[in-house]
Design a protein around this ligand. Structure first.
Ligand code: ATP
Length: 430
């Protein structure tokens, strides 16, 4: 409510199996459930409690049995829809749930014993992949499972900043505002917002991540039975399609959920038909999914980075640190942008070695305004196969004094002096 001004309270009554779709305006919106039960992308809203949703967020409040919702604020749009694919989504959940129970009931620990579902969600951009992933994760967590969420979409970054691929165990339904927790995440820094920049590196990191999860599952029957839900990027033709197949194979996916595209569904169904242990399932895209253009995505990426350092509502203050050039080592993986083989003249070689690690000369200042990952590697040749502990943002390079200044989310010395650069930069705007 505007202090001293009129409040914009509005009540909406939702029938069973319908949803209120909201695009928040440039001002935050407050919302609560006054009657009945409702959920946001699989996470139930506690009754009566006001929640504040940040500007420009797009979401839906869905109810299975009917609810009354109260909103306080002005939205960009809000409307009610009673045609949703939610029943088909929850049916998928029920099947996954049965498989988890089956896996849990089998006490054997050998690696051939039944294990929980490994679900991969694929589809074109803006088909609602991330949203479906969230629902499946939250519904599973609500029933006490601890599924692993895997994010292979380097374009947006739902666990941490864009340019990363990451995984994290989920123990509770997701918070509709905060999203995925970061504190237990396993993160690899690929460094670019599309796999096209360095396809080999992307595949290598996907493989690393899969191998680490595979090892963790062996020692953890609970995670193994809960399985994983993997979110992918919207690039589904050409190399993008090959990368999807690569991910399906690398993670040994057992369920492929194809959202909103007949062609992709039939292609995948066809190539995977020889594998009796993989189910390919077609699902409808929700009419509520909001298409986002290039500019919107760019802004969204930038706010993800801002969120990493400053928190969702700027409640955190990052620490500015200064180091001597000699106290840090910055590396880059691969050459410049790599053209796909098909784009090169026949017979010519794409970049010599896409996994080569080369030191970056900080004095050349091209790391200024870059996002650098702090690697767990102890030696440069371990960089490609190492995960990262977090990120810093280079705010100043002082060539005369040989000092580099950066923002970090926590104070004190960096956990490692090996830093990794990609092509991800950021211009702070506040
Ligand atoms: P990408 O192309 O980035 O991979 P995606 O396929 O994962 O996109 P989502 O991120 O799931 O698509 O959805 C796009 C946007 O639409 C998001 O902002 C999401 O919150 C919103 N959205 C999805 N479903 C609904 C709905 N039923 N009602 C309102 N908004 C929705």
């Amino acid at each position: 409510a505007v202090p001293g001004g009129s409040s914009n309270l509005k009540q909406v009554k939702l029938d069973r199996e319908s949803e209120l779709r909201i695009e928040v305006s440039d001002e935050p919106l407050r919302l609560r459930v006054v009657n009945g039960t409702a959920e946001i992308f699989g996470a139930e809203l506690p009754p009566e409690i006001w929640r504040t949703f940040p500007p420009r967020l797009k979401f839906a409040v869905f109810t299975w049995y009917g609810a009354t919702i109260e909103m306080d604020g002005v939205t960009e749009t809000d409307y009610t829809a009673d045609e949703t694919p939610m029943v088909s989504y929850v049916n998928v959940h029920a099947i996954l749930d049965a498989r988890r129970r089956f896996a849990k009931a089998s006490t054997s620990t050998d690696s051939d014993s039944p294990q929980g579902p490994r679900v991969i969600v694929v589809g074109p951009t803006d088909s609602g992949k991330s949203t479906l992933t969230k629902m499946l994760i939250s519904w599973a967590a609500k029933q006490g499972w601890k599924p692993t969420f895997v994010d292979l979409d380097v374009g947006q970054g739902s666990i941490t900043i864009p340019g990363s691929i990451a995984a994290t165990p989920i123990e509770m339904p997701l918070d509709p505002v905060e999203g995925f927790p970061l504190d237990m995440a396993l993160v690899y820094y690929y460094g670019h917002t599309t796999p096209a920049n360095n396809v080999e590196l992307y595949k290598t990191m996907v493989k690393e991540l899969a191998q680490v999860l595979e090892r963790q599952f062996l020692g953890n029957p609970e995670s193994r039975a809960a399985g994983m839900v993997i979110n992918t990027m919207g690039w589904i033709d050409g190399i993008g399609y090959e990368l999807l197949l690569h991910a399906i194979e690398t993670f040994n996916a057992s369920v492929v959920l194809v959202l909103g595209q007949e062609k992709l569904f039939s292609m995948l169904k066809d190539v995977l038909k020889s594998k009796s242990n993989v189910d390919v399932v077609k699902l409808h895209k929700s009419g509520g999914v909001v298409a986002r253009n290039r500019d919107y995505r760019k802004v969204a990426r930038s706010s993800r980075i801002q969120e990493y350092f400053y928190g969702l509502s700027k409640e955190l203050s990052p620490y500015a640190n200064t180091s001597s050039f000699s106290d840090v080592q910055v590396f880059r993986i691969g050459g410049g942008p790599q053209a796909p083989r098909s784009a090169l003249p026949i017979g010519s070689d794409p970049v010599s070695n896409p996994l080569r690690v080369t030191p970056v000369n900080i004095e050349e200042r091209d790391v200024l305004h870059s996002i650098l990952a702090v690697s767990y590697a102890e030696e440069p040749d371990q960089i490609v196969s190492s995960n990262v502990s977090g990120f810093v943002y280079v705010t100043e390079v002082d060539v005369l004094r040989k000092k580099i200044t950066y923002l970090a989310p926590s104070p004190g010395a960096l956990p490692s002096k090996i830093l990794v650069a990609g092509s991800l930069t950021w211009l702070e705007s506040h």
